[in-house]
Design a protein around this ligand. Structure first.
Ligand code: GRF
Length: 196
């Protein structure tokens, strides 16, 4: 591959997973470049982080639906990301379902971090569901994105214990620490596979 491995990250909020990627790059442990960050939320903390750290970032209007990208908005996301021609699209806390038009435009180039031990707990409220089920362990999974929500091929998974006193917040915090470790690791795995 010529030059650095180019990443586009899609975000919706806080951006701590994006920060984990940026830190690994800055400290020389991840040979990649964040070519663009796209947010579907103009207020996302992630955008402030990008501004403060000279990472190219923009809000793109996501259309009228709350949980998906469709129609003109989807076409605009595709167009603007195709302009960047990234090696990989990382969903780093992007809270919308991507439909087949987007997925086909970037086939096998999209990965997502999901806060559960997939295939358990696809979708939302993963920590609440793990606690309600009385699970003894929880975790996070990075996987390729296909048309089945949270159903694509796993790349890496991390487990944490569920402790007797846990609530959603304490469990989420323990899992998030692992997310920050395995998301950059998953990118390293994808990069090394692409060089094979
Ligand atoms: C993470 O827990 C991610 O797994 C989930 O949304 C959260 C995003 O956090 N889907 P952040 O924006 O990366 O801080």
């Amino acid at each position: 591959m010529d030059g650095a491995f180019r990443i586009v990250a899609l975000v919706s909020g806080r951006g701590s997973n994006l920060q984990a990627i940026a830190t690994e790059i800055k400290e020389g442990r991840l040979n990649a470049e964040i070519a663009l960050v796209v947010s579907d939320n103009p207020e996302a903390k992630a955008l402030e982080f990008c501004k403060a750290n000279n990472i190219p970032a923009k809000y793109i209007y996501p259309g009228g639906f709350k949980t998906k990208l469709e129609g003109d908005a989807e076409a605009e996301y595709i167009r603007q990301i195709q302009e960047i021609n990234p090696d990989l699209i990382v969903l780093a806390g992007f809270m919308r379902v991507l439909k087949s038009g987007f997925i086909k435009a970037f086939e096998n180039k999209i990965i997502n971090i999901h806060p559960s031990l997939l295939p358990k707990y696809q979708g939302l409220h993963t920590h609440r569901r793990a606690l309600e089920a009385g699970d003894k362990e929880a975790g996070a999974t990075v996987h390729f994105v296909n048309e089945i929500v949270d159903g694509g091929k796993p790349i890496i998974q991390a487990k944490v214990p569920v402790l007797p006193d846990d609530n959603e917040e304490t469990l989420a915090a323990r899992v998030l620490k692992e997310e920050h470790r395995i998301l950059p690791e998953a990118i390293r795995i994808v990069i090394s596979k692409s060089a094979e």
